[in-house]
Design a protein around this ligand. Structure first.
Ligand code: HGY
Ligand code: MN
Ligand code: MN
Length: 423
């Protein structure tokens, strides 16, 4: 059995795979003037991307299976089949204006780890599983990390199946439509450990000139869908005091959530976004009678998040009283702050330092599949910096081959260290 030490990934092969997958769902983004990626969960493009990656998994000699929520697992035997596997993976679905690296780096990076082990004829003590999970982004069906949440028992399968997109298409039917309604049972896999490599999606590492992020955890996430109902009326003939302007109410809520962040009453790190604002009838000379808007709150403190949600709810009740509108809120996603495993973080740090790479602990601003897997096994993440201030959920998302190689060489070392653990 060859020693694993000194193995290095094939960076060109990794980057070519990222480019090839990035061509599926590619579009020319007029605003950014670069090619972006649009592979919405369970779309035809997502199906094509999934099939390409599955083919690569099979070509790497892995045993591939699909579970009932469309998660794809690829298993590699270890010397001791009695030991639980080390798992690594992420997602291949994207937001509508995505880049080539979000999620993909973690999936194709895990594949590159396997390809490197194959080239070296190396067999790890523990089995390995690499994977990609369904609908991590949540922007089509309204709940993020969906596949991982079902795989780890936080969301029941039938509840996930029933989720519908804006065209009232269900998760179940869309899984069937792209051929990924798998037959493997969900909520059964319990890895020894889970480690995910992902682009940071923020400016910290690149601004500090640090090679890698050792992710300490993920902040809490609260998503709400607000339906604000007032009265549509003539923009010219209706006096201001007789209006029930749903558009004004939405704007006031948007200002309120930004004020909540600015004044620090809910912690200095709270972040708030009204990403969807859809007025009806959306005409220049009609007061909006109805608005559908979303509120995305992020907070590293669960207590502060609860207080912020209550404050927002009280504000909506106040607007109902003073403006004569009605505001119905539907919670579409809610995850607590998660702390990753200290021992796995230390393994990541040691792997980075052995390669002469600088690293620092960092809290994940975005949600990730790893936060769901941390409920069932010891888990941590490796962050890779990005150019353009680490921008993400934007076609200008860009990490260099060297930055990606640093992340995946570290992932290789971490997977090897974890796979050698007996207990
Ligand atoms: O919304 C998030 O944080 C993740 O990108 N789904
Ligand atoms: Mn992601
Ligand atoms: Mn994302």
């Amino acid at each position: 059995m060859k020693a694993h030490t000194g193995l290095r990934i094939n960076t060109d092969r990794l980057m070519m795979s990222i480019e090839e997958l990035g061509a599926i769902g590619a579009y020319r983004d007029a605003e950014a003037n670069v090619m972006g990626v649009r592979r919405l969960a369970l779309s035809a493009e997502d199906g094509a991307g999934r099939r390409l990656v599955m083919r690569w998994f099979e070509e790497a000699g892995l045993h591939v299976s699909v579970d009932a929520i469309g998660n794809v697992y690829a298993d590699r035997a270890g010397r001791d089949a009695s030991l639980a596997p080390v798992m690594s993976g992420s997602h291949v679905d994207s937001v509508p204006t995505g880049g080539r690296f979000d999620g993909v780096l973690g999936v194709l990076g895990a594949l590159e780890v396997v390809r490197t082990l194959n080239d070296a004829g190396a067999m790890t003590r523990r089995p390995l599983t690499i994977a990609f999970f369904t609908d991590e982004e949540g922007c089509r069906f309204g709940t993020d990390m969906l596949g991982s949440a079902v795989a780890t028992g936080r969301i029941p399968l039938e509840q996930a199946y029933a989720l519908r997109d804006a065209d009232r298409k269900s998760v179940r039917n869309e899984l069937q439509a792209i051929g990924f309604l798998g037959d493997e049972a969900v909520n059964t896999r319990r890895p020894h450990a889970f480690v995910e490599c992902h682009v940071e999606q923020g400016p910290l590492l690149i601004h500090e000139g640090i090679d890698l992020g050792v992710v300490s955890g993920v902040q809490g996430i609260s998503w709400q869908r607000l339906t604000i109902s007032g009265a549509s009326a003539h923009a010219g003939a209706t006096p201001m005091h007789l209006r029930k302007d749903a558009g004004l109410a939405a704007a006031m809520i948007n200002t309120k959530i930004h004020d909540m962040c600015a004044h620090g009453d809910y912690g200095s790190d709270m972040r708030a976004t009204m990403g969807v604002i859809r007025p009806e009838p959306c005409m220049i000379n009609v007061i909006p009678g109805r608005v559908v808007a979303t509120v995305d709150l992020r907070n590293p403190s669960d207590d502060a998040m609860h207080r912020a949600e209550h404050a927002l709810d009280a504000y909506c009740r106040e607007l109902e009283r003073t403006m004569g509108v009605t505001i119905v809120s539907q919670q579409t996603a809610r995850t607590p702050a998660v702390a990753f495993d200290e021992s796995v973080q230390q393994i990541i740090e040691a792997a980075a330092r052995t390669q002469g790479l600088s690293c620092r602990r960092i809290l994940a601003g975005a949600g990730h599949d790893a936060q769901e897997w941390s409920a069932v096994c010891k888990t941590a993440m490796i962050f890779v910096p990005g150019l353009n201030d680490g921008i993400s959920h934007n076609p200008r998302e860009l990490s260099t081959p060297e930055q990606c190689a640093n992340g995946i060489n570290t992932l290789l070392a971490v997977v090897l260290a974890l796979s050698d653990e007996v207990a």
